[in-house]
Design a protein around this ligand. Structure first.
Ligand SMILES: Cc1cc2nc3c(=O)[nH]c(=O)nc-3n(C[C@H](O)[C@H](O)[C@H](O)COP(=O)(O)O)c2cc1C
Length: 333
C-alpha cells in the first residue's frame, strides 16, 4: 500500500519531500484543539501533525519543551509547528521567537506561519535545513509570504475552519499556481473524495482541521464532537465577534443570540490606525480564553469548525483517517 512504499505519484509530492512524510496530509494547527496525542497520532500514521504552541501550553498545560518531548516519546516521525507571527505585542513576539528556537532545538524542521512577515521564521528554519509554509487566502498575501522567503503556501479557502478565506479551492489554486512553490489545500477536506480531488487538481497536499477534532485522540468534549457529526455545511457561520475578523463556527443558540458582527464601536477601533493593534490584542486574549472554555466544557460559547463537517460522520482514530486517505489517493492514481 502506498503509505508503506511512499512511491506512487499522488503520494510522493513536493510536500512529502519537504516534510519527510509518507502521506501529503497535514493535521493543521488548531487552537484550542491541538493536543500532543493528536499531533503524534497523525505523524505516527505518516501524515504531519502541527503543534499549536498556545494550545499546547495554555490549554493542555504542558511547558513548551516538555510538550514537544512528550510528542517525541509518542512518535519519532516528523512534526511541524505553527507560528502566528502577527506583531500585535512585543511580549508575544518574543515568546513566539523563543518557542521557534526551542522547536528547532527539539528537531522540528517544518513550520507553518500565519499573518505578518514570515522572514524571521524562514531564516531560522533555513539555517537548520528546515522549511516554512505560509497560510494565505489570496495572491497578495502569497506574494508577501514569498518575499519573506517561504518555501510553500497553504491555500486557505472559503470552506475552511478557523479563519476561512474568501475564495473557492479551485479559484485559489488557479490564482497561485504560477508562483512556483508547492500549494497545500486547506478547507473542505473531510473525506477521501475531496483529498483525491485536491491532489488531482495539482495541490501538493491537504491540510485538515475539523476532521481531526472528531477523533478519540482530540481532547475536545463529546458535545463538540457530536456537533461536528450532526452539522451540515450550512450550519457553519462566520462570526466576527470572536477575534474581530471572520471565524467559522457551528451555529448554536449562543451564536444566534449574540449575532455574527462586531459592534459598531469595535469595528471602528479595529480599523483605526492607532487603535487596531490594541483592539486585536484585546480580541486575541479574550478569544483565547473563550475558546479554551468552549473546548472541554459541555456548556460552550464557540465551537470552531469548517464546512467539511458535511462529510464527517463518525469519531475515528486519527491514524485510521490518515491511512484511509492514503489508500484512496493510491487507488486514484
Ligand atoms: C478549531 C480550529 C482551530 C484552528 N486554529 C488554528 C490556529 O491556531 N492556527 C492556524 O494557523 N490555523 C488554525 N486553524 C485552521 C486549520 O489549521 C486548517 O487550516 C483548517 O481547519 C482547514 O479547514 P477544515 O477545518 O475544513 O479542514 C484552525 C481550525 C479549526 C477548525
Amino acid at each position: 500500500m502506498a503509505a508503506r512504499s511512499g512511491v506512487t505519484a499522488r503520494l510522493d509530492t513536493a510536500l512529502t519531500r519537504h516534510a519527510g512524510t509518507a502521506v501529503p496530509l497535514i493535521c493543521g494547527a488548531m487552537y484550542p484543539c491541538s493536543n500532543p496525542e493528536l499531533v503524534a497520532a497523525v505523524s505516527e500514521a505518516g501524515g504531519l501533525g502541527i503543534v499549536q504552541p498556545i494550545s499546547l501550553t495554555y490549554v493542555h498545560g504542558h511547558e513548551f519543551r516538555a510538550g514537544l518531548q512528550l510528542i517525541r516519546r509518542l512518535t519519532d516521525k516528523p512534526i511541524g509547528m505553527n507560528a502566528l507571527i502577527e506583531a500585535s505585542s512585543r511580549a508575544y513576539r518574543k515568546r513566539m521567537e523563543r518557542w521557534v528556537d526551542v522547536a528547532v532545538e527539539e528537531g522540528v524542521r517544518f513550520f507553518v506561519t500565519s499573518l505578518g512577515n514570515p522572514r524571521w521564521v524562514a531564516d531560522r528554519a533555513h539555517a537548520v535545513g528546515g522549511v516554512v509554509y505560509h497560510d494565505v487566502t489570496e495572491r497578495k498575501w502569497a506574494l508577501k509570504g514569498l518575499d519573506g522567503g517561504v518555501d510553500g503556501l497553504i491555500a486557505v479557502n472559503r470552506r475552511a475552519g478557523g479563519h476561512a478565506g474568501p475564495k473557492d479551492a479551485r479559484v485559489l489554486y488557479d490564482e497561485l499556481a504560477d508562483l512556483g512553490v508547492p500549494l497545500v489545500c486547506a478547507g473542505g477536506v473531510g473525506a477521501e473524495a475531496q483529498f483525491t480531488e485536491a491532489l488531482g487538481r495539482g495541490y501538493a497536499g491537504a491540510q485538515l482541521g475539523t476532521r481531526f477534532i472528531a477523533t478519540p485522540e482530540c481532547r475536545a468534549s463529546h458535545a463538540y464532537k457530536d456537533a461536528i457529526l450532526r452539522s451540515r455545511a450550512d450550519d457553519i457561520v462566520l462570526t466576527e465577534r470572536l477575534t474581530g475578523v471572520p471565524v467559522a463556527v457551528i451555529r448554536s443558540p449562543y451564536v444566534e443570540r449574540v449575532g455574527l458582527r462586531a459592534g459598531p464601536i469595535a469595528r471602528r477601533l479595529l480599523r483605526g490606525r492607532r487603535t487596531k493593534h490594541y483592539m486585536r490584542t484585546f480580541y486575541a486574549l479574550r478569544s483565547v480564553w473563550q475558546l479554551k472554555r468552549s473546548l472541554l466544557d459541555e456548556e460552550h460559547e464557540y465551537w470552531q469548525a469548517g464546512q467539511s463537517v458535511e462529510t464527517i460522520h463518525a469519531v475515528e482514530p486519527a491514524g485510521e483517517i490518515v491511512r484511509r486517505f492514503a489508500e484512496a489517493a493510491w487507488r486514484a492514481d
